[in-house]
Design a binder for this molecule. Sequence first.
Ligand code: NDP
Ligand code: KPL
Length: 305
Amino acid sequence: MNITIVGAGSIGLLYAVYCAEAGMKVTLITRTKKQADLINKSGVEFIRQDDHLLVDHIDAYEITTVAEHFTDLVIFAVKSYQLPDVLPLIKEKIKSSSWLFLQNGLAHVEMLEGINQVEIGLAVIEHGAKKEGATSVQHTGKGTTRWAYYKKQDEMSVLGSFFESFKNKQFPNEYAEEWLPMLHLKLLVNGVINPLTTIFQVKNGELLKNPYIREIMNPLIEELTEVLSVPRDKGIKKVLEVCTFTQNNTSSMLTDRLSGRRMEIEAILGYAVRLAKQNRRSTPYLTYTYMAVKGIENETGRREV
Ligand SMILES: NC(=O)C1=CN([C@@H]2O[C@H](COP(=O)(O)OP(=O)(O)OC[C@H]3O[C@@H](n4cnc5c(N)ncnc54)[C@H](OP(=O)(O)O)[C@@H]3O)[C@@H](O)[C@H]2O)C=CC1
Ligand SMILES: CC(C)(CO)C(=O)C(=O)O
């Protein structure tokens, strides 16, 4: 199977390595020529616990110079706010009937209107991954990829065969019948873990270890489960489970904060705040947490004491 992955960050590199390990032919599309050249020259280093592997059969191209080609599946592994830049270019150059989106939050779903691929999949990733450099990725927390069809073709499904190929227990996946409850459950997880790790600048596992932060998590989980119509007990269990599996991970939002990049706050808590407003729900903790991250995003300089 030929797979093209757009975005060679933490998740794009993680997927590239597992797809190559499963015997697929992988093409990575990068933003810069420099990263593509480095991957073509040195391969991708993969760190999983004490294992260091070198995967040297991944082809990489910079997005604006990639040649037209056919591929079985395109996987979008850029941030949701980067999708408007990549979608037109990929549509023009890469011929594929199947697309898969891996973004957190729900902003990307609003961009799928009018896309005429015959098959579109949505996935949520409960793994922790960390890009260590242009050609290196660490699998920091083993979880599961859950996936669902947003649009399904009647006959043979490329997405079905793709996920079927991962016999690898280190990289499991599970099919979900409905995409909205699946994305809402993941939004709950990201709506708690990502903002709180960002505000307190801690790894995911610290949220459970620090009793004061743990206390703050409770009302936020309560409000988010209500707004997103996630059953309360299921929601609490999932947040605690992902925090535990990815305890050594720095959340993608905190990673962005630490490297001065834009955060995915609008796709995650921004969506929940707007939904609460539409349904006239009072959500003081949710609004406070959203505003706190927006405040960090809008800091104009280093704090002086
Ligand atoms: N990291 C994690 O543990 C998890 C992340 N996710 C989700 O997965 C998605 C990807 O996250 P993550 O991998 O962490 O993000 P990263 O920021 O690490 O990766 C995004 C990648 O997209 C590249 N990119 C940006 N613009 C373009 C462009 N125009 N053309 C080609 N490539 C481009 C960036 O390149 P450059 O660096 O050169 O700018 C970067 O390599 C997000 O929606 C995130 O929420 C989900 C679960 C876990
Ligand atoms: C699964 C989790 C919480 C891993 O950190 C994540 O989705 C993220 O960091 O964005």
